[in-house]
Design a binder for this molecule. Structure first.
Ligand code: DAK
Length: 259
């Protein structure tokens, strides 16, 4: 039986997805992306799951799209197939629950782009990020020039995209690409704890908060503020807002029902 390309593990209310092609540093083939897309959708549709962690292994989160698979494709091949756009974009188009990227080792090319599609990135202290496509005679094709620029600003994004160099975890944190760095030892367990903290909150409210933050990147400030205000008002229609505020007043832990 062929090995599973993406492993799913459930830890309480958290689904942990592990890219599983270690011999090629988790190079992202079409098959990997199809498996990832299906695994993400299964967790999205699982009522018991409140947050998702996406990870690789100690050496690589993912070293990019599969160069061996891509190298002989023609323009018409990639154009006609829209180069596997569907599977690659499940995260952006269909996943409303929070997804944390737990990056240890290399996150390069499509690997870095996949990490950036997640809601935030927690890096192990051995993580290395980069968009090295320029060295292959191409450019980032899945948001590397766009999401990286929004995350770290034009000057640093130009540096990364035009030189193809890597940045380590410290530089990535300083630049704002990653939210925090954790030691490699017990790395995944610690990230899962972060995700479990999120999953213990009101899942629909967490989803609303995620949508609001994402809206900040797509609209003017005024439109974003109005959208946020509407969603803030909407939280008052939830039982979880009543429970959260009552629990605070009664000095007890909240028991959210996701209602
Ligand atoms: N693809 C295929 N195989 C890869 C790979 C990759 N991206 N990265 C590594 N491997 C394979 C190596 O060929 C090697 O295989 P064997 O020789 O053992 O058979 C094995 O993994 C171990 O790699 P190394 O021997 O090279 O390991 P090292 O520790 O020496 O070096 C490295 C690690 C990460 C520095 C090096 O492997 C490396 O530079 N890898 C390539 C990184 C890279 O250039 N990545 C960008 C690829 S282009 C799009 C979607 C996605 C994309 C674009 C559009 N659309 C949907 C529109 C994305 C494009 C890319 O990501």
């Amino acid at each position: 039986m062929s090995e599973q390309l993406v492993l799913t593990r459930i830890e309480g209310a958290v689904g942990v997805l592990t890219l599983n092609r270690p011999k090629v540093l988790n190079a992202l083939s079409n098959e990997v992306m199809q498996a990832l897309s299906e695994a993400l959708l299964a967790l999205e549709n699982n009522e018991n799951i409140g947050a998702i962690v996406l990870t690789g292994n100690e050496k690589a989160f993912a070293a990019g799209a599969d160069i061996a698979a891509m190298k002989d494709w023609s323009y018409t091949d990639v154009y006609k197939s829209n180069y596997i756009g569907g599977y690659w974009e499940t995260m952006k188009n269909a996943i409303r629950k929070p997804v944390v990227a737990a990056v240890s080792g290399y996150a390069l090319g499509g690997g870095c782009e996949l990490a950036m599609m997640c809601d935030f990135i927690i890096a192990a202290d051995n993580a290395k990020f980069g968009q090295p496509e320029i060295k292959l005679g191409t450019i980032p094709g899945l948001g590397g020039t766009q999401r990286l620029t929004r995350a770290i600003g034009k000057s640093k994004a130009m540096d990364m995209v035009l030189t193809g160099r890597m940045m380590d975890a410290q530089e990535a944190e300083k630049a704002g690409l990653v939210s925090r760095i954790l030691p490699l030892e017990n790395f995944l367990d610690e990230v899962v704890k972060v995700a479990q903290g999120i999953a213990s909150l009101s899942v629909p409210t967490v989803m609303m908060a995620k949508q609001c933050v994402n809206t900040a990147l797509e609209t003017t400030l005024e439109q974003g503020l109005q959208y946020e205000r509407r969603v803030f008002h909407a939280t008052f229609a939830t039982e979880d807002q009543k429970e959260g505020m009552a629990a605070f007043i009664e000095k007890r832990p909240a028991n959210f029902k996701n209602m």
